[in-house]
Design a protein around this ligand. Structure first.
Ligand code: PGA
Length: 250
């Protein structure tokens, strides 16, 4: 039985004061909700958010990490540093990183490996653009993104990891994949992982992301292969994020 996970990706939003208010509201509202919740604030707030959340049952993750362990990489933050300040997870390969910062499958695999080496659970984002969907290539694009990890890190790569399926056309657009569209991709991802390691496929949580909100979360989470969500915009409002967590509870 997979415990659902709802992760909030704040992206580059919120002041320190906003962050504190949001965390206080989340802590107040979270008790009794039986899903795993995670917030991924901007990296400068991570140490304080980890402190504010200690003992709350809500986990903290980074939005990105370097593929390198340490050294002359100005502006970068290593997976080890995220772990050091209390993170348990890190998002890797978000489509905004791939599109705006040129992250290739190869770089994403290296970040995934760096995260696992530091004891973090990587959340690997995969997803197709609108053009790729319209040309009938959604499944092959996602298979390529998942394969890049298996090819280099081996059959057990997804044993301690999470995958988030985020169709690029649904991110921040208000347009969501239908539950059936998402389920088709999630089932294909699980089958792909099962083909190399049935055990990790069974326990692997595959999140859906892309305009998840309180109105659409429940029908998405009812699908057998959707194990929670990666939530952007709605994670900045405590009541919306909590309602989504409520919809995911086991
Ligand atoms: P959104 O973002 O919920 O605002 O569409 C999701 C994401 O990019 O992780």
């Amino acid at each position: 039985m997979r415990k659902p996970l709802v992760a909030g990706n704040w992206k580059m939003n919120a002041s320190r004061a906003d962050a504190q208010t949001l965390i206080e509201q989340l802590v107040d509202g979270f008790s009794g909700i039986d899903c795993e919740a995670l917030v991924c604030p901007p990296s400068v707030y991570l140490p304080m958010v980890c402190e504010w959340l200690s003992g709350s049952g809500i986990a903290v993750g980074g939005q990105n990490c370097s593929q390198h362990a340490s050294g002359a990489y100005t502006g970068e933050v290593s997976a080890e540093m995220l772990k050091d300040v209390g993170c348990q997870y890190v998002i890797v390969g978000h489509s905004e990183r791939r599109a705006l910062y040129g992250e290739t499958d190869q770089v994403v695999v290296e970040k995934f490996a760096a995260a696992q080496k530091s004891g973090l659970i990587p959340i690997l984002c995969v997803g197709e653009t609108l053009a790729e969907r319209q040309s009938g290539n959604a499944l092959s694009v996602i298979a390529r993104q998942v394969d890049a990890v298996i090819d280099q890190l081996g059959k057990k790569a997804f044993c301690h990891a999470v995958i988030a399926y985020e169709p690029v056309w649904a991110i921040g657009t208000g347009e969501t994949a239908t539950p059936d569209q998402a389920e088709e991709i999630h089932a294909a991802i699980r089958a792909q992982v099962a083909a190399v390691d049935a055990g990790s496929a069974e326990s692997l949580r595959i999140l859906y992301g892309g305009s998840v909100n309180p109105a659409n979360a429940e029908t998405l989470f009812l699908m057998p292969n959707i194990d929670g969500g990666l939530v952007g915009g709605a994670s900045l409002k405590a009541n919306e994020f909590l309602t989504i967590c409520q919809a995911a509870k086991g």
